[in-house]
Design a protein around this ligand. Structure first.
Ligand code: GLU
Length: 303
């Protein structure tokens, strides 16, 4: 299949809509300054063929897409024990909601809502130098040095009152072992990783390769673990719009409020789209449209 012309066609088609609809995330001040009229798309096949178009090399704040990598480290470090304090059901609530945590005794519904990622981060902090390991993992996966955007991390730390509340609430149930401040420092930095579409399409490559590293024979996760991440992406990866994504796109996806979305065609390729203006669901508006065009035109879907 010729992917390069297709990606160029999708970007050209959506360019007319740039800046027309949607809102850049404003609750994190450093994100509110990002110009909305940008659109990038990149993919990498299981065999290593790459294609990209638009602003595919512009780094952006990956935000909740980082929850994929935190979960990967968590699965690798803890295996089945990770699920002692973590569910795997869609929440049906906002990504930063406190509501379910009370009735479910501080056990988050899944690793892709904020509470879930904070719980995984806590387990990592108990075992390793989590910030260093996270940087090592993403840099190795995409074959380039990746860094935190310290300004975004500081901006989140200054305004992340809800995340502070979530972490303290879980701690009140005995579900967080470390100091809340230490755990959140790692969580905010993970959200503040800066990567481009091309880097993310590469870095998520192990998810279309049964857990095998995108550019080496190293096994990042077992095949079963990688398939389970894809299952969680499909059911819980796009805030409260997972049903809409399955319906319109038909691929496991993980989005972030920075406007990025990573999608996986199992056994075939990984894809990343980015456009900062968000739909009310918190997902990139043009990103979602781009993915919909991609699956409609290629027929690549898990259904
Ligand atoms: N850093 C953001 C927060 O914790 C992540 C939000 C997101 O991308 O879903 O609120």
């Amino acid at each position: 299949m010729q992917f390069q012309p297709l990606l160029e066609e999708i970007v050209a088609e959506l360019r007319a809509d740039l800046g027309r609809e949607g809102q850049v995330a404003s609750y994190i001040p450093a994100l509110a300054r990002v110009p909305a009229a940008q659109l990038g798309i990149a993919l990498r096949t299981r065999e290593g063929e790459e294609a990209h178009a638009g602003d595919s090399k512009t780094p952006f704040s990956i935000q909740s897409i980082s929850k994929l990598f935190t979960l990967t480290l968590g699965m690798r470090e803890l295996g089945e024990a990770l699920w002692e304090r973590l569910g795997r059901e869609p929440s049906g609530n906002a990504f930063n909601s406190l509501v379910q945590l009370e009735s479910e005794q501080g056990i988050p519904r899944n690793p892709f809502i904020n509470a879930g990622a904070i719980a995984v981060t806590d387990r990592l902090v108990s075992r390793l130098d989590a910030k260093t390991e996270l940087l090592k993992l993403v840099s190795s996966l995409c074959g380039e040095a990746i860094a935190f955007d310290e300004e975004v991390a500081a901006s989140e730390a200054a305004t992340g009152f809800r995340n502070v509340a979530l972490a303290n609430f879980m701690k009140s149930f005995g579900r967080i072992d470390n100091e809340v401040g230490t755990v959140l420092d790692v969580y905010f930095h993970a959200c503040a990783l800066r990567m481009s579409c091309l880097q993310l399409a590469r870095a998520a490559g192990f998810l279309c390769r049964d857990g095998a590293h995108p550019c080496s024979s190293e096994q990042v996760l077992t095949e079963r673990q990688a398939r389970r991440i894809n299952a969680l992406m499909l059911t819980c990866g796009t805030y409260d719009a997972a049903g809409e994504f399955a319906f319109r796109v038909g691929l496991p996806c993980k989005s972030g409020v920075g406007g990025g979305i990573v999608a996986v065609v199992p056994d075939r390729l990984t894809l990343c789209v980015w456009s900062p203006a968000l739909a009310p669901s918190g997902n990139s508006l043009l990103g979602m449209k781009a993915l919909e065009l991609f699956t409609a035109r290629t027929g690549l879907s898990i259904f």
